[in-house]
Design a protein around this ligand. Structure first.
Ligand code: SAM
Length: 228
């Protein structure tokens, strides 16, 4: 199916996508270095967060003075770095991944060059559903300002539910890959379990009375939910 859903760093990105990104994405030299290292050397470089989505998320954090962030899906650390740059000195970014090998190998050598920002990042290794459940069990519900969901797609409904619980009123959730290159709009493509899970998450968010939301064609699709 024809589609102009794309991350701007993809070589053949649609000119309108490229134009929007050129007028949105702002990266520090460290972010540029991490992006280059990830796309050149890390396995599955296409998992890297789209810079336009990361900048958009930073604007939310900085606009409402967000301090505590949930970053679900670390990979090499691009989203964690973006949030750590946006929160104040006493801010905290919990970044979750089933396996932090790529973060340690490609991310840490670059991120650690800026110790002040690096110190705000708290890596949590293991299945993110379990790690989020642990935070809830620890009594941290309602204490986070911002969440970014960008890990295994079939767990998205669970991640969204747990993020709504962990966010304070007024907090914001960004759900990445909400359009899956446009595939969610094609019923045939929804036979794939990951696409079906994203489609289900979009329905859940749209119908959720606990949040206000908008599904945007930004990056690979960004569903924004504002907790009431
Ligand atoms: C798309 S990448 C994250 C990209 C990153 N947010 C960025 O901005 O570059 C998805 C990550 O989710 C992780 N992942 C997969 N299954 C997971 C699970 N069950 N729990 C936590 N992380 C998981 C993968 O190891 C991978 O690093």
């Amino acid at each position: 199916m024809s589609s102009v859903v794309a991350k701007s760093y993809n070589k053949n990105a649609d000119p309108v996508v490229a134009y929007c990104s050129e007028h949105t994405a702002i990266l520090t030299p460290l972010q540029v270095e991490l992006q280059k290292e990830t796309l050149t050397n890390a396995p599955m470089g296409g998992m890297l967060g789209a810079p336009e989505v990361l900048t958009f998320g930073q604007h939310f954090i900085q606009s409402f003075g967000g301090k505590r962030v949930l970053d679900i899906g670390t990979y090499t650390g691009a989203s964690a770095l973006a949030w750590a740059l946006a929160v104040p000195d006493d801010g905290e970014v919990y970044t979750f991944d089933i396996d932090h090998t790529n973060y340690k190998k490609y991310g840490v050598p670059i991120l650690s060059k800026d110790q002040k920002t690096f110190a705000k990042i708290k890596p949590v290794e293991g299945a993110a559903v379990d790690s989020l459940d642990k935070l809830i069990a620890d009594g941290q519900s309602g204490t986070f300002d911002f969440a970014f969901i960008d890990a295994d797609k079939t767990s998205y409904p669970a991640y969204y539910e747990k993020c709504v619980t962990l966010l304070r009123s007024g907090g914001v959730i960004l759900v990445d890959n909400s359009l899956r290159g446009g595939k969610v709009a094609d019923p045939k493509c929804r036979e794939d379990p990951s696409n079906a899970a994203i489609h289900a998450t979009n329905d859940i968010i749209f119908q959720d009375q606990r949040t206000r939301s908008a599904l945007l064609n930004l990056g690979d699709g960004t569903h924004v939910a504002f907790k009431k």
